[in-house]
Design a binder for this molecule. Structure first.
Ligand SMILES: NC(=O)c1ccc[n+]([C@@H]2O[C@H](COP(=O)([O-])OP(=O)(O)OC[C@H]3O[C@@H](n4cnc5c(N)ncnc54)[C@H](OP(=O)(O)O)[C@@H]3O)[C@@H](O)[C@H]2O)c1
Length: 506
């Protein structure tokens, strides 16, 4: 069913709430997000042409790379408003959060509020909806509560668990979006969208446990003690159980007034009852408790521009060639050249934003280093038979210490490896992948990486760089991140050069 004559663009229509909104709006609703090629940080007005209205659901709970609170909640809203005006779309339903307010010390709350202010001053026909915590199929709330209740009989609750919350069903929030679009009288108004009951945080946990049929012992835990674990989860997990922004919301609670939305939008939100929650947690408990996916589709982002890339590549290759051709102490030369290339590579957003370690990426990187070392041992054992003249090239390769002690070699090795991965995978291979896709892009990246070692005149090093370039390029492309290739490269170098060398160093 499509209740609108022209399509409604739902920005963030691929997310948790977005899927419920898409279902509520029916055919004719058009989901837009980075996954569909629409990046709100650089919105293309053409995507909005012919739409009767826009619903903006884009939001983030933690900052990753270019997706900062300011970029997504403030600058993106400014650009969306401008794109709507250019496309001639006047109606906007903007989804914020019930805790949004001017609070510079709380970046999530503050930027959500700044986004609201931009909408209020936009001159468009706007309605702002401010949901409390939302539950429903595909949510974080029930999924994480249920996981914690199943994992341990004790539940550490923020402070004494008395912060007020009014959980609202995602279907009700979606119904509020549809009602706001239908109800012109809602233009120029801001509505809280919360559940009908004011509960304490600990009541929410108890109800979920009851729906699971599991006992739970709730332990009051000072918020200060939770900050470090939450920060750690944010840094290492693809789906952290909580983020700093969420913790801040749980400390103060998420309560609002359901009255105005009831009156103007006819919204009768359902209660957060054990009966409603039970089928949802039953579904969740059938899912595996952890997300073991390692492979991610490349994030659509603006391509690395060709002009700056070619200048960067030429400068990096020239610096390395100068080192190999001119400097007696090649290790020191490599360190200086790669440090300069690393600094230049950080000018490319794509290189900066793709080092996000998660536990799985770290484990994968170390395992890949071990596998590569095993493969190197096998190849080294076979080489004398396949290529009798390889010995002198190997000896030249192992003359790398150049009289330096371990105190100099170890830290510079870490720098060189990091720089090599950021430069050759994060910029060069990425540029090739963006233009030619896999596997051609991987091959091109590895060939350029090998060619950069041509200045040594050592065919063994060239072959090793080609093989390793393919392997680390694949790791990078598969995880869309530099963590695994950096760790694999470092582990391999440490094994080959220090821990279990294949040849005595000169
Ligand atoms: N969940 C809650 O309990 C809750 C409570 C109160 C308010 N809210 C608000 O409700 C909205 C939706 O939340 P949610 O829980 O559904 O979040 P979600 O599942 O993380 O979905 C966020 C959506 O925004 C899109 N997005 C993010 N950055 C984008 C960008 N730069 N350009 C285009 N699209 C972008 C994402 O798609 P891509 O990643 O593919 O781009 C995704 O479709 C947010 O504004 C949130 O603040 C949520």
């Amino acid at each position: 069913m499509n209740m609108f004559s022209d399509p409604v663009a739902v920005v963030g229509g691929t997310g948790f709430l977005g899927r419920h909104v898409m279902a509520a709006l029916g055919a004719g609703a058009r989901a837009l997000s980075r996954r569909t090629g629409f990046d709100l940080l650089h919105p293309d007005p053409a995507a909005l042409w012919g739409c009767s209205a826009v619903v903006n659901l884009a939001g983030i709970k933690r900052e990753v790379g270019t997706q900062t609170f300011r970029a997504v909640h403030v600058e993106a809203v400014e650009r969306l408003v401008a794109a709507m005006k250019e496309a001639g779309v006047r109606r906007l339903v903007h989804v914020s959060v019930v805790v949004a307010r001017a609070a510079p010390g709380l970046p999530y709350h503050h930027t959500k509020w700044e986004g609201e202010e931009i909408v209020r001053k936009s001159g468009l026909e706007w309605t702002i909806l401010r949901p409390g915590v939302i539950y429903g199929e595909g949510d974080d709330l029930l999924a994480h509560l249920s996981l914690m209740i199943r994992a341990a009989p004790v539940f550490p609750i923020v402070n004494d668990g008395s912060a007020p919350v009014m959980p609202v069903d995602a279907k009700d929030v979606a119904a509020a979006v549809a009602a706001a679009l239908r109800t012109l009288a809602s233009a120029g108004k801001t509505y809280d969208v919360v559940g009908p009951e004011r509960l304490r945080l600990r009541d929410v946990v108890s109800r979920v446990a009851e729906a699971e049929g599991l006992p739970v012992s709730i332990w009051p835990t000072p918020a200060a003690l939770m900050r470090f674990p939450v920060r750690l989860m944010e840094a290492t997990m693809r789906q952290p159980l909580s983020t700093r922004a969420q913790l801040a919301m749980l400390v103060e609670g998420l309560a609002g007034d359901p009255g105005p939305a009831r009156k103007d939008l006819g919204l009768e939100p359902a209660p957060f009852s054990v009966e409603r929650v039970r089928p949802l947690v039953e579904k969740i408990s059938r899912r595996p408790p952890f997300d073991f996916r390692l492979w991610s589709a490349p994030r659509p982002e603006r391509k690395i521009p060709a002009g700056p890339f070619l200048a960067f590549l030429a400068a990096s290759v020239a610096a390395l060639s100068a080192v190999f051709g001119l400097m007696a102490d090649q290790w020191l030369g490599m360190t200086i050249a790669m440090a300069a290339s690393l600094a230049a590579a950080c000018g490319f957003r794509a290189a900066r934003s793709r080092i996000h370690p998660t536990i799985l990426r770290v484990v994968l990187g170390l395992a890949a280093g071990a596998i590569l070392y095993g493969a190197t041992r096998v190849v080294t054992a076979l080489l004398p038979a396949l290529w009798p003249a390889w010995g002198p090239w190997r000896d030249q390769l192992y003359a790398w210490r150049g009289g330096h002690g371990i105190g100099f070699l170890l830290p510079t090795l870490v720098l060189i490896v990091l720089a090599e991965e950021v430069v050759w995978r994060g910029v060069v291979t990425r540029f090739a992948l963006e233009r030619w896709g896999r596997p051609l892009g991987l091959l091109a990246g590895a060939l350029i990486y090998a060619a950069a070692h041509a200045g040594t005149g050592n065919p063994l090093l060239l072959a090793a760089a080609l093989g390793c370039g393919l392997f680390w390029g694949w790791l990078y492309a598969a995880t869309d991140d530099l963590t695994a290739p950096v760790l694999s490269h470092l582990a391999w170098d440490l094994m080959v050069l220090f821990v279990a060398p294949l040849h005595p160093a000169v």
